[in-house]
Ligand binder design. Structure first.
Ligand code: TYM
Length: 333
């Protein structure tokens, strides 16, 4: 059976980008067709400036949101990365397989480094080695598929390279995974800066729809979205009209229609924005209601995470042990 692994990083409140680009598909399709593991990758949240209490809070909140989005612990495994030691164990091995140059070429490393340096902050070493940990996350479980948004495909490509290299040098140990980006909404853009992705760790929040935003807030953010100055109605043109194209992509992802077809239905930005706002509010309504229920009973989420970690550990352990043996480490007597 196909195995799937994917994750979210608790560096901020989850966004519409996370949902449309990844989580919705995990819940609606992936968990039902494959053996699936979904992880809140808290170790990754320590690669940038962080507040310990906030990371802890966001980790539990992200887990609650995954369940609220429809991940069913009866059919898939939901857990927290730091609860399973195998991730850190294998990450070190992947650091011994990757090169410094490969890590430095990662777009996210370059972007985040530039941002940290502009703010006069140091860059944590773990930001550089981030893709080794991400490769470990995926390879520890022998995942065939990794459903992610566009921004993560480069990391999954590197994971493939590392798996192939390890297998060639030390004997077949890892399944070589592939990224499976969604057909629509692979890159939801910021509503205020539609040339950049909607990212949960950004400081400016007016262009970001959070999954737990109130309906009125969602509506306000969509109505204030930057549109383009082009004349002549609503057109779907990502290069020339990125703001409008982003709204059309979001509405398409909410309604299941094609963005191009939707463009033909509108002759004003105002109407497009109103319908997009309404579609997002309706899309998130059930998720928000379920999240409120889980928040009232945190012990449910904690129980799911405890069982999830046990199941994940049992799967990862043999693969990571095999990788340790293959690379030359003496097994304990
Ligand atoms: P993260 O937490 O940034 O994002 C989680 C998922 O949401 C997708 N995503 C988006 N999709 C469309 N439009 C957007 N604006 C948008 N923003 C985020 C991401 O592509 C991702 O699928 N490095 C990963 C976490 C990770 C991971 C893994 C993922 C760690 N180990 C192993 C898969 C497998 C990350 O930072 O995702």
């Amino acid at each position: 059976m196909t195995r799937i692994f994917s994750g979210v990083k608790p560096t901020g409140h989850l966004t519409l980008g996370n949902y449309l680009g990844a989580i919705r598909r995990w819940a609606d399709e992936d968990q039902h067709r494959a053996e699936s593991l979904f992880c809140v990758v808290d170790l990754h949240a320590l690669t940038v400036d962080h507040d310990p209490a906030r990371v802890r809070r966001l980790t539990r909140q992200a887990a609650g949101l995954l369940l609220a989005a429809g991940l069913d612990p009866q059919v898939c495994t939901v857990f927290v990365q730091s609860h399973v030691d195998e991730h850190a164990r294998l990450s070190y091995v992947m650091e011994c397989v990757a090169t410094d140059g490969e890590m430095r070429r990662m777009i996210q490393y370059k972007e985040k480094t530039a941002r940290a340096q502009a703010a006069g902050q140091g860059v944590r070493l773990s930001l550089l080695t981030y893709p080794a940990l991400m490769a470990a996350d995926i390879l520890a479980y022998g995942a065939d598929e990794v459903p992610v948004g566009d921004d993560q495909t480069q990391h999954v490509e590197l994971t493939r390279t590392l798996a192939e290299r390890f297998n060639q040098r030390y004997g077949h140990t890892f399944v070589v995974p592939r990224a499976t980006p969604p057909a629509v909404a692979a890159r939801v853009m910021d509503l205020q800066d539609p040339t950049g992705k909607m990212g949960k760790s950004h400081d400016a929040t007016a262009g970001i729809i959070y999954l737990l935003d109130e309906p009125a807030t969602i509506t306000k953010k969509v109505m204030r979205a930057v549109t383009d100055s082009g004349t002549g109605g609503v057109e779907y043109d990502r290069a020339e009209r990125p703001g409008v194209a982003n709204l059309l992509d979001i509405l398409a992802a909410c309604t299941g229609k094609e963005p191009q077809t939707l463009a033909d239905d509108y002759d004003s930005y105002g109407a497009l924005k109103r319908d997009t706002a309404e579609a997002v509010v309706e899309l998130l309504r059930p998720l928000q209601a379920r999240h409120a229920e889980f928040s009232a009973d945190p012990s449910y989420v904690d129980g799911v995470l405890r069982d999830g970690a046990a199941a994940a550990r049992a799967l990862a352990r043999p693969t990571v042990d095999a990788a340790y043996r293959a690379i030359g480490l003496l097994p304990p007597a």
